[in-house]
Design a protein around this ligand. Structure first.
Ligand code: HEC
Length: 150
């Protein structure tokens, strides 16, 4: 591997471990680390969709491929919210476990909104795409307001 490539791979690792000062997830199976990584993967594809809409640079084909990627990732975080998995560095609120029905409802809202997004993805209508995007974004925010710290 070239030295540059090695450096490019190492820099983010160093930054991640140096800043934050967060405890590492050392539990078996690393459920907290896995669910956080799964959300980060989702936002990697979701965020550019919002940027595109806000910047008035809507590109139907790109929007559709980002949506498809997101649909592949939307199932991933949930299996890692097992019992007794709320420990540092988790930012989950205990309500995830004490109000499981409400958490399930938040998940369902997210799945319903992403279903609708997938159904319209590829549309040439920028407003329709924007509305579907915002409906999903609202489900992220609603759930975070109730179940995630900061
Ligand atoms: C049903 C609830 C729910 C929905 C819906 C939801 N999230 Fe989250 N999200 C959480 C919880 C809870 C955490 C905290 C996880 C932890 O640290 O234990 C979280 C954490 C995150 C994180 C932080 C990862 C990290 O670095 O710690 C990101 C980014 C994120 N979510 C993005 C999204 C996006 C984008 C959406 C919508 C497309 C979304 N989430 C939808 C509940 C939800």
């Amino acid at each position: 591997m070239s030295r540059l490539k090695t450096a490019l791979i190492l820099i983010p690792v160093i930054l991640l471990t140096a800043c934050g000062g967060e405890p590492e997830d050392t539990r078996p199976g690393q459920p907290v680390a896995h669910r956080r990584a799964a959300f980060k993967e989702i936002i990697k594809y979701f965020e550019p969709m919002g940027v595109m809409i806000r910047a008035n640079e809507y590109d139907a084909a790109k929007f559709q491929s980002l949506t498809l990627r997101m649909m592949e990732l939307r199932d991933k975080p949930w299996e890692y919210f097992g019992p007794d998995t709320n420990y540092p560095p988790s930012r989950s609120r205990e309500e995830v476990w004490t109000q499981p029905e409400k958490f399930e409802a938040g998940k369902k809202a997210f799945f319903d909104a992403t279903d609708k997004l997938a159904a319209i993805a590829g549309t040439k209508d920028k407003r329709e795409a924007g509305a579907a995007f915002q409906a999903v974004q609202k489900t992220c925010k609603d759930c975070h307001d109730a179940f995630k710290n900061d």
